[in-house]
Design a protein around this ligand. Structure first.
Ligand code: DP6
Length: 324
């Protein structure tokens, strides 16, 4: 009972920010993402009655306590679903740039869900796999699919309708996503903790909820007609709004470093010079910059020469989960 799966990470265009159910990973709002082609996790899961305990090896060595706890919690949900009581050996390779900061739980939990479900022969369809991956990390439910993806928040309290689906396959709209790594201190607040604190304490969170439906509609329409300008504008606004909710949290959460602001300014200046280029930022200091393929080289150079920028990695829309 052994299988290997590969899942790419994804970057949210319209953000998932806030849960209505912590245990089931049910979000307050729907979200939209692009699956990327350059950062991924390959995970092998083996269930065997000879194993005396669950083991999690990450990039060649036993994972830390915090990481392992999350993974074993998720594994126990899978065992429950399959109705088995066997221990497992999980071996994961995270292919993210060495300078890190770009690692994501999305590819990790999607690959783990895929490999474990296959090893146990659960015969899940994509929607069921997305629902499973969601319960490891919310954003992981989107990495089951390639290209442009929507996670519908759902209404049910059991989460059976909270799953992702593909809006547009990766091959159908070629855009460039430049992943910009900026100098930073260690990440202090996880996205899990950050969104929880924001929901509980920020007076601006309601403003987020009041406008996110409109942002989703705008983004979905722009993707369907491949309108880059409209998509870019709403992506940028949505990211800034998410960060604004955190500034109002108690205590406040500020993920940005000076390099983050320098990149924002550079993108705005490029735009003033007539280039269609837009940014988005997740729960950390790094920036993802969207542009059209014909502007990619120029934008890359401009970003790399920005103070505080350590590395720029060019990505394309990538595929959904695959089995090796
Ligand atoms: C800012 O999916 O990492 O990247 O569900 O608690 O594991 P958990 O959170 P996670 O949160 C991602 C938050 C975000 C926005 C997004 O990816 O939509």
């Amino acid at each position: 009972m052994k299988a290997t799966a590969k899942a790419n990470t994804n970057i949210a265009l319209i953000k998932y920010w806030g849960k209505r159910d912590e245990k089931l990973f049910l979000p307050m709002n729907s979200s939209i993402s692009i699956t990327l082609d350059r950062f991924f996790t390959v995970t092998t899961v083996e269930f065997n009655e000879r194993f005396s305990k669950d083991t999690f090896l990450l990039n060649g060595s036993e994972a830390g306590e915090k990481e392992s706890k999350k993974v074993f919690n998720f594994l126990s949900k899978i065992k429950e679903l399959a109705g088995i009581d066997l221990n497992a050996m999980i071996t994961s390779e995270n292919k993210v740039p060495i300078a890190a900061g770009l690692a994501s739980s999305a590819s990790g939990f999607a690959a783990l869900a895929g490999a474990a479900a296959k090893a146990l022969n659960l015969q899940l369809n994509d929607k069921e796999l997305s629902i499973l991956a969601r319960q490891g990390s919310g954003s992981a439910c989107r990495s089951v699919y390639g290209g442009y993806v929507e996670w519908q928040k759902g209404e049910k309290s059991d989460g059976k309708d909270s799953a992702a689906n593909q809006l547009l396959p990766e091959k159908e709209w070629d855009i460039s996503i430049l992943s910009v790594l900026v100098a930073s201190k260690e990440k202090k607040v996880s996205s899990r903790e950050g969104m929880k604190r924001t929901v509980l304490t920020s007076p601006f969170y309601q403003g987020w909820l009041n406008t996110v439906e409109k942002d989703l509609e705008t983004a979905k329409k722009a993707i369907s007609i491949k309108d880059f300008k409209v998509l870019g504008e709403v992506v940028e606004e949505n990211a800034l709004k998410m960060h604004a909710t955190m500034l109002g949290a108690k205590p406040p959460i500020i993920y940005w470093e000076s390099g983050t602001l320098a990149v924002i300014e550079k993108v705005q200046r490029l735009r003033l010079s007539g280039i269609q280029v837009y940014f988005t930022i997740d729960a950390g200091p790094n920036v993802k910059v969207l542009c059209l393929p014909e502007d990619e080289k120029m934008v890359y150079k401009a970003l790399l020469s920005t103070p505080g920028v350590l590395e720029v990695i060019t990505c394309k829309p990538g595929s959904g989960i695959t089995y090796l």
